[in-house]
Design a binder for this molecule. Structure first.
Ligand code: ATP
Ligand code: SF4
Ligand code: MG
Length: 355
């Protein structure tokens, strides 16, 4: 197969809240039809990255760097040029469909809007195409729902309508930011299947932001792992799950509950908390939580290929697959555990003495 062109190339993307950098010098690329999972803890900058790509950052936030869509820099475009692309070639679906749907406009008119705007369709043609779009995403009794307002639909139906609206013009890129978090589990699976199907039909590239690693494993071709506003690892999905090379990715993967664990076992989390974005630590941002850390980690590691594999990059000084490094990390984890246990014993002793 000939190599495909990148449809989206993100270079040195930095997002600031006022003067504070919250997304740092991001780079990754997406080919036509490719699905990329964007993962990382809450606050790692996933949504801001998505909003920066779409030119939808709120007031007070700004983006620098380059976001190349078919070699045109979205960050350098005027709002008018961006409006021509949004809803046409670039689309986004949100966790909460009411963010995108107009509560006082009928569903049919909303789905028809991008078709009228970007496809120059007349009212009748756009109406027919909107109905088709709603049927494609399996909205039940679609003709009736065309005349309904968003609040008259269930959560799942609203999400389907938003997907119909976002994909009405068969976009080149769809960003889905936790599109199923607000829905119940059975509807979640249907919606993901739907996004998958629509993207396949239209050859749409997808950036899927999710906390669900099972979904990432099942639905994406590549994964970008973010920590504290930085890409810390990226690789083809199978490679990342089989051969994670960043300590943070290792932690994320081991925090997924296994099927053979007790039903009520708690989701394990990575010890420690993310760094303060206002006063980030110098060097590797994962250092305070990392069992593999050593002195060199006070300098920020570059995002470099793992073992000369240009498709797999990590920002870490240490080779976590080296048994010597693993033994060192295990020793540090044990020591940390013992320190914590000692602190708990001490606190318990003090409490009982005070009584
Ligand atoms: N409008 C805003 N004004 C100020 N700070 C913001 C704003 N939006 C986000 N932030 C801050 O920027 C950082 C990144 O936020 P972002 O919403 O991108 O995280 P996220 O990875 O999408 O998290 P989650 O998984 O919880 O959705 C967070 O520390 C957040 O508090
Ligand atoms: S660079 Fe150092 S602190 Fe950062 S993840 Fe790698 S080993 Fe840990
Ligand atoms: Mg988010």
């Amino acid at each position: 197969m000939p190599p495909q062109d990148d449809i989206l190339k993100i270079e040195d993307l930095t997002v600031r809240v006022g003067a504070i950098e919250v997304v740092h010098h991001l780079r990754f690329a997406l080919q036509a039809g490719q699905r990329t999972g964007l993962i990382g803890e809450s606050g790692s900058g996933k949504t801001l990255t998505a909003l920066a790509i779409m030119g939808l950052l709120a007031e007070g936030l700004s983006a620098t760097g380059r976001v190349l869509y078919r070699d045109r820099d979205l960050l350098a475009m005027s709002e008018r040029e961006l409006c021509q692309l949004r809803g046409d070639r670039l689309a986004m679906v949100f966790q909460e469909p009411m963010t995108a749907l107009n509560p006082v406009m009928k569903i049919g008119a909303q789905v028809a809007e991008p078709l009228r705007l970007h496809r120059n369709m007349g009212a009748r043609e756009a109406h027919a195409a909107a109905l088709q779009a709603l049927e494609r995403v399996h909205v039940p009794a679609a003709a009736e729902k065309m005349l309904a307002y968003p609040h008259q639909l269930s959560g799942g139906q609203r999400q389907r309508a938003m997907i119909a609206m976002a994909t009405a013009c068969s976009p080149d890129l769809l960003i889905a930011d936790e599109p199923t978090t607000a829905l119940d589990v059975t509807v979640q699976a249907q919606i993901l299947e739907l996004i998958d199907g629509v993207a396949t039909d239209f050859g749409t590239a997808v950036i899927l932001i999710t906390h669900d690693l099972g979904v990432v494993a099942g639905m994406t071709d590549r994964v970008v792992v973010m920590y504290a506003g930085k890409v810390v690892e990226t690789a083809p999905t199978d490679e990342l799950f089989a051969n994670p090379r960043h300590p943070y990715t290792l932690g994320l993967l081991s925090s997924v509950p296994r099927l053979d664990e007790e039903r009520h076992s708690q989701l394990r989390t990575i010890e420690g908390s993310p760094p303060d974005l206002v006063k980030p630590p110098t060097g590797c941002p994962f250092m305070p939580r990392c069992a593999f850390a050593r002195a060199i980690c006070r300098t920020m590691p570059p995002l470099d290929p793992v073992a000369s594999n240009a498709a797999h990059l990590k920002a870490c000084w240490v080779d976590v697959s080296d048994p010597k490094e693993q033994a060192y990390a295990e020793k540090r984890r044990q020591a940390r555990k013992e320190r914590m246990q000692a602190a708990i014993r001490e606190a318990a002793l003090q409490t009982s003495e005070e009584k």
